[in-house]
Design a binder for this molecule. Sequence first.
Ligand code: ADP
Ligand code: MG
Length: 696
Amino acid sequence: MSLSTVPDLYGSMVFNNDVMRERLPKDAYKALTKTIETGKEIDASIADIVANAMKDWAIEKGATHYTHWFQPLSGVTAEKHESFINPVGSCKVVMDFSGKELIRGEGDASSFPSGGLRATFEARGYTAWDPGSYAFVKDKTLYIPTAFCSYTGEALDTKTPLLRSMDLINEQALRILRLFGDTQTQRVATTVGAEQEYFLINKDYYSKRMDLRFCGKTLFGAPAPKGQELEDHYFGPLKTNVAAFMAELDTELWKLGINAKTEHNEAAPSQHELAPIYATLNLAVDQNLLTMEYIRKVAERHGMTALLTEKPFAGVNGSGKHNNWSLSTDLGKNLLSPGKTPAENKQFLLILSAVIRAVDQYQDLLRLSVASADNDDRLGSNEAPPAVVSVFIGDELEDIVESIVGGKEYHGNKRTEMNLHVQTVPTFTRDTTDRNRTSPFAFTGNKFEFRMVGSAQNIAMPNIVLNTAVAEVFKDFADQLESAKNFDTALNSLIRDTLAAHRRIVFNGNGYSDEWIAEAERRGLCNYPTTVDVIPALTASKNIRLFTSTGVMSETELRSRESILYEIYSKTINVEAQTMIQMASREILPAVENYIRTLADTAKAKKDAFGEGFNCALEQDLIDRLCTLQYKAYRALESLKAAEAKAVGTGEKLAVYYKEKVLPAMRALRVPVDQLETIMPEDLWPFPTYGDLMHK
Ligand code: ADP
Ligand code: MG
């Protein structure tokens, strides 16, 4: 592909605004954009026109089918393809697609997780078109992004509450803007850029490991002689096959209108990152899901397998998704932009204090929004953010906050020139905040970067929580300020009181240190090391109140999500435990047995050849060590089997059991097996090692 084709290629498979303008009659285009901008319902006759135009366009792009594409609570996307074919008479067909088919899909929803929202006999589920997310063509199919709900109208997906939270924050942010005299802005949208981390490994090696195939991560594995300690992979030159993969990935994503922008090597060997240019939240969610799908697909074409799981390898960095979150107006203003003099920018300070309060009040929900068994392995280890939520705001804002809370005048503006004292290098302005890689929630200039999100997760839930929590604070602020006698006085005290009450969540230091965990406890911040610890937060009364009072989720929807979280957690650990049992009993122990036999045969051969007194201490010693470890592994395997056999019940009880009994038994099995790996010959070890996976 020559570069001159990129603009032609870009978005060529998306039914985007330009295509709509070109293909729709003026009235229909106007009505549709109004729906997209204001969220108003679309007229049935317009829907017919849009559907027809979409179908003609999609057929030109090679499509024969269409599908409603949705995001059930299983965490992956779902689709059911229907062809456009419609028989006329007995031997002819026409390609048809009606407004009704565009707007609404109906089908059996009983196999998707509903957390008790729906019994199997009440199987009907509906998908409903989200006109705000662009339809696109891929694999000869027109994809229509939709929301998914039960027959009784409860959301069975992540998109529905996401859209509700976007409407909510729009409504409340507009109230804040009006207070500052802004009469022009019509809509405030959440913008999100999700940086995506992943590993690429050789496909043949992948297929030789049961743990990778079933769990997407290694469950055994001794450290390779070299890990990431030399820090030579981060931003390093790309290997040829990785560069070819990235080039093709970019092309595929660009066709779908996804702004893949930055790609580089990450900290761990064979770890990489892709950052897109940010988009409006609902699009950003769809695009991130497609990005993950294409990372996997394109890797296959290049003889590699992409691992998106949060912690595929012990001892090196895991993968996360940095969720960059901000608020932008339809006039292009970023509400989190502090401007040149943040200390005087009261609107910014009010919004900043709203975010700080929201994060403080709903730390538990933010932690919950990224909770999964796999992300538990990552949070708090190897440079991943800790499980404790805190906010990094940088030195300049910290000083401003200090002066506001202390009632002192703010003097400094720390913007300084950077001079490298090399004549040819121009001086430039230093950023006012340094980067803080250890903060789970960092202000990075004009956006907040939420770094706890796991690499495989759908980014909807963290953004639902952020939008809802911040909108609730906006609502409270607007209520107070709209009725204030003196706006300026009320505004100043509101900012001061809010910052004073919630500054405990602000932490600019090293989030990886043990001292911080102790300090966080002194400050009364939440610490939920595991998913099971934090799931109950979803239905804590303050959180039910938050979601129900704002209309983002009903109590029934929350309770269903709670039970799905428990269910998925238990199932994940169960699959891992079963995989370990299979690997240990069918591959590892027999391999060790083989080696012991070989050593014994060797010793015997030596004695036969050179006499009974010949020195076979090497074989004896090795056999002794192998037998000891083999027996330890065997005992640990039996304990794990016993723990698995007793895993009964459902919901919280079962999840707690998996965490407290099964997980420790899994860890105990791993220890002797990893030790065995280091003394077994390479050709007798039954699967590729960390060295093979990460360094070949
Ligand atoms: P950094 O290197 O500090 O993380 P970048 O400019 O590279 O900052 O941005 C990282 C990610 O943040 C990108 O995906 C980018 O699109 C996204 N981003 C930048 N500005 C915004 C914004 N206003 N809203 C949401 N995301 C943003
Ligand atoms: Mg970043």
